[in-house]
Design a protein around this ligand. Structure first.
Ligand code: SF4
Ligand code: ZN
Length: 343
């Protein structure tokens, strides 16, 4: 006997919602998924009418679904937003060049303006060149730090008021777990926030409209809507630590699907005891970007690359910032320590 959709009771159910276990037809699933994102946007007051919003687009499933749903909800509910796509080209041959082709097709399909900012143009280094120098161990640290700043730079060039990213519920839960495992209280407190206010000049406020959307549902949505997305993994993705957190989360989800939401709620309700020392945000004295040290992470990583000392930005070498800023030479011992790529 075919199962009927538990929402409309008319059409045949084609899927079981991973988030709720309900059997739904295609149309009812689309509606439920889209309206939940709408509820998230409304409840957290993510946007104001008249704003220009940049959608961080990588060509992957999350950002493709985000672009599709943002365009649809903007029209359906009259948000009054001007939407644009911003992409970062990390310079990864065989991966990003192909996924950017997907973004370019999305731009045509959704009729949205697109801005691509590249690491090469911003930093003088592609990820291909960085991996050649640092190997495959800490490459994602460079990539993550550079991407954050690159998106801000792209957003400023496009004069957008806000950036929205495709982070989904699984990503947020995974980050909560990782920050707990690392004891990173400052990040733990920030990572569940659905939006961040501008933390200073050059930092554009960000938000995550898909924060409560399960990855499995995003995949189903993209599949049933036949969205055009790129599903290959980055060729430099050894980020083992996140991988373990992800596997752990998926195991938990298979036993109890609500685990994802429960971890997010736990993260949201944690409070930091008074008196715990938190980093104080200032600005980088070289590029002006936010930083809790004399130099921002991006400038230190870049300095390390340019000096052939890749370890400079990995780990805690804050005491060297003054020397870098005043262009003082490092001692032989310091150089030796920073030269090894065996992080
Ligand atoms: Fe960059 Fe690492 Fe992601 Fe690849 S896996 S795009 S190197 S952060
Ligand atoms: Zn800087």
């Amino acid at each position: 006997m075919p199962v009927l959709c538990s929402s409309c009771s008319e059409k045949r159910a084609v899927l079981k919602r991973p988030k709720t276990g309900h059997s739904l037809c295609k149309a009812c699933f689309f509606w439920a998924f889209e309206e939940e994102v709408h509820q998230t946007i409304v409840a957290a007051k993510l946007f104001r009418s008249g704003e220009t919003v940049g959608i961080a687009a990588s060509g992957g499933k999350d950002s493709t679904v985000l672009a599709h749903v943002m365009k649809l909800l903007n029209e359906r509910h009259g948000y009054g937003l001007e939407l644009m796509l911003i992409s970062v080209d990390e310079g990864i041959t065989g991966y990003r060049d192909d996924s950017l082709e997907t973004v370019k097709r999305n731009q045509q399909q959704y009729e949205l303006p697109l801005k691509i900012v590249s690491y090469e143009e911003l930093y003088g280094w592609t990820m291909d060149a960085i991996v050649k120098q640092v190997g495959l161990k800490n490459n994602c640290t460079f990539c993550g730090v550079f991407r954050r700043q690159a998106l801000d730079r792209g957003a400023i060039m496009l004069k957008v008021d806000k950036i929205c990213t495709g982070h989904n519920a699984d990503d947020v839960a995974e980050t909560v777990l990782m920050n707990i495992l690392r004891g990173d209280i400052a990040r733990l407190r920030r990572c569940t926030a659905i939006s961040t206010a501008s933390e200073g000049d050059g930092v554009v406020p960000r938000c995550k409209p898909l924060k409560y959307a399960y990855e499995k549902e995003i995949v189903l949505y993209a599949y049933f809507k036949k969205l055009d997305y790129f599903s290959t993994e980055c060729i430099y993705s050894p980020n083992a630590y996140r991988g373990y957190a992800r596997t752990f989360l998926k195991d938990l989800e298979s036993i109890r699907p609500s685990s994802i939401m429960d971890i997010i709620h736990s993260g949201e309700n944690l409070s930091v005891r008074e008196g715990v020392k938190m980093p104080v945000q200032g600005t980088c004295s070289r590029c002006g970007y936010i930083s809790s040290q004399a130099l921002c992470k991006s400038c230190v990583l870049l300095e390390g690359l340019n000096r052939g000392l890749p370890k400079l930005g990995i780990g805690k070498h804050h005491r060297l910032h003054g020397k870098i800023l005043s262009q003082q030479p490092l001692t032989e011992h310091e150089q030796r320590k920073l030269k090894s790529v065996d992080f």
